[in-house]
Ligand binder design. Structure first.
Ligand code: AMP
Length: 399
C-alpha cells in the first residue's frame, strides 16, 4: 500500500510517499514560497535532489507539481497517481469535535472551515490541501490526522482556563494541546523499546524543537500537556515566550500603544530564546554562545531548561509517579547538554542519566540513556510524525 502524506503550511507543502509494505519513504519534498513565487525540492533516496523555481500561485498548483514529479519518468517513483492508495493530511487543529484521525469528507471540511477562527494560521492551508486532493485525486481516500486529537481525553479541570465560563462556551477558549501526533508516536515507540504494554506506563514526553511541548501520558493516554489554546503556551521556545503573566500583554499594549497583532508578534516571533538572548532562535547558536560566556544566551538556556524541569515535576505529581522520560525533536534528539541540564538534580524523582551514554548516543534510533539503577527510564526517541500519519491513514483507508 502506498500512502502520500501531506503537511500544508501557510506558504509551504511538504510531502512524503510511503511504501507501507516496508515503511520505506519512496520520495519526499517540499514546495515553498507558495503564492509568493514558488520553489520545489524533491528527494529520492537513490538519486540527486531535484530543485526548481516555478510559479506556485496556490496549494492546488503545488500539489499538481508534486504529483507530476512523483509520476515523471525522470524523477518519479510511481507510474500513475492511481498507485497512491490514500492521502494522509497533517492537520494542526481538530477543534473539540474531532477526537481521532478521521476520513476527510465534505462535512469534515465544512467543520474545519467553521473552526478557522481558532486556527487561523494552519487551518486555511490544510483545507486548501484537502480541496486540491479532492479535485486532482477524487477517487483516492483522504484521512486527516490531527495534532489536537491525542488530547481529546484530557479531563475538563485540566483544559478549562479559570476565566468566565462563557468564553469557553461561546468562544471555545480552552486548552487544546499541539504536537499530539509526535507525543503519541514517541510514547508508543518507548513502550515498544521497553517491551512493556503502554497501558502500564506513566511517561513524560518532551518534544523540544523550535516549538516545544511536554505531555504527560498515563496508560497510553495524554492526561495533560503544556501547549494550550494555541502553541504559544508552555515552556520558552525558539521565538515564542511560552507562558507569561497575561497582564504583560495588556501592559505592553497600554504603555507602548501596540495593537493586538503587534503584541502577538512580540510574544510569538520575537521572544523565547531569540528574545532573551538577542542572538538567535537556534538552540545550537545559543548554547555555543552560553558556553563562550554570553550572559543573555546562558540566561535564555536556563529559562528554557527551568520550564522543562517544572513541567516534569508537575506532571509526575499529576500522574502520582513516573516510569519513563522521553526526549524528542531537534533539541531533544540532538543536544546532549540540554538533556543533561534538564535531568540534573532530578534524582528525587528517580531520573538519573548516564553522562557517557547521553554524550555518545546513536542518532536516529531509540536510545537508552538511563543510569544503571535509576527507577525512571530515560530515552531519546526520534520522532516521526509523517510515519504516524501514514499508519493512521493506512488503517482508516482500509476500513
Ligand atoms: P525542530 O523544530 O524539531 O526542527 O528543532 C529545531 C531545533 O533543534 C533548533 O533549535 C536547533 O538548534 C536544534 N537542533 C537541530 N539539530 C541539532 C543538533 N545537531 N544539535 C543541537 N541542536 C540541534
Amino acid at each position: 500500500m502506498k500512502i502520500l502524506v501531506l503537511n500544508a503550511g501557510s506558504s509551504s507543502l511538504k510531502y512524503q510517499l510511503f511504501d507501507m509494505d516496508n515503511g520505506d519513504v519512496l520520495a519526499k519534498g517540499n514546495c515553498e514560497r507558495i503564492a509568493a513565487g514558488g520553489s520545489i525540492t524533491h528527494k529520492r533516496p537513490d538519486a540527486e535532489n531535484f530543485y526548481e523555481e516555478l510559479d506556485l500561485p496556490d496549494h492546488g498548483a503545488a500539489l499538481e507539481r508534486v504529483l507530476s514529479l512523483l509520476t515523471s519518468k525522470e524523477y518519479g517513483v510511481i507510474e500513475s497517481i492511481k498507485e497512491i492508495d490514500a492521502v494522509g493530511h497533517r492537520v494542526a487543529h481538530g477543534g473539540e469535535t474531532i477526537k481521532e484521525s478521521t476520513r476527510i469528507t465534505e462535512s469534515t471540511i465544512r467543520y474545519l472551515e467553521e473552526i478557522v477562527p481558532i486556527n487561523p494560521l494552519h487551518g486555511p492551508p490544510a483545507i486548501a490541501g484537502m480541496k486540491a486532493c479532492m479535485k486532482l485525486m477524487p477517487e483516492i481516500p483522504q484521512v486527516g490526522v490531527f495534532d489536537t486529537s491525542f488530547y481529546s481525553e484530557i479531563e475538563d479541570f485540566r483544559y478549562i482556563y479559570p476565566i468566565p465560563y462563557e468564553y469557553y462556551e461561546k468562544d471555545h477558549i480552552r486548552r487544546y494541546g499541539f504536537h499530539g501526533t509526535s507525543h503519541r508516536y514517541v510514547s508508543g515507540e518507548l513502550a515498544k523499546a521497553l517491551g512493556k504494554p503502554i497501558e502500564e506506563l506513566k511517561i513524560i514526553t518532551c518534544h523540544l524543537g523550535n516549538g516545544s511541548s511536554i505531555t504527560a501520558v498515563d496508560g497510553g493516554k495524554a492526561i495533560d500537556t503544556s501547549m494550550g489554546f494555541t502553541p504559544q503556551e508552555g515552556i520558552a521556545m525558539g521565538t515564542r515566550s511560552g507562558s507569561i503573566d497575561p497582564t504583560v500583554v495588556t501592559y505592553l499594549m497600554k504603555t507602548h500603544g501596540y495593537t493586538a497583532q503587534e503584541v502577538e508578534d512580540i510574544i510569538n516571533k520575537k521572544s523565547g530564546l531569540l528574545g532573551v538572548s538577542g542572538l538567535s532562535n537556534d538552540c545550537r547558536n545559543i548554547s555555543e554562545a552560553a558556553e563562550a560566556g554570553n550572559y543573555r544566551a546562558d540566561l535564555a538556556m536556563k529559562i528554557m531548561i527551568n520550564g522543562i524541569k517544572k513541567h516534569i515535576g508537575a506532571y509526575t505529581a499529576e500522574m502520582n509517579g513516573l516510569d519513563a522520560l522521553v526526549f524528542t525533536a531537534g533539541i531533544g534528539e540532538n543536544q546532549a547538554s540540554t538533556r543533561a541540564a534538564v535531568c540534573e538534580n532530578m534524582s528525587y524523582l528517580g531520573i538519573e542519566i548516564d553522562p557517557e551514554k547521553n554524550e555518545n548516543f546513536t542518532r536516529g534510533v531509540p536510545f537508552d540513556i538511563t543510569k544503571e539503577g535509576a527507577s525512571v527510564a530515560t530515552w531519546i526517541i526520534p520522532t516521526n510524525e509523517e510515519y504516524m500519519i501514514a499508519i493512521d491513514t493506512q488503517r482508516l483507508a482500509k476500513n
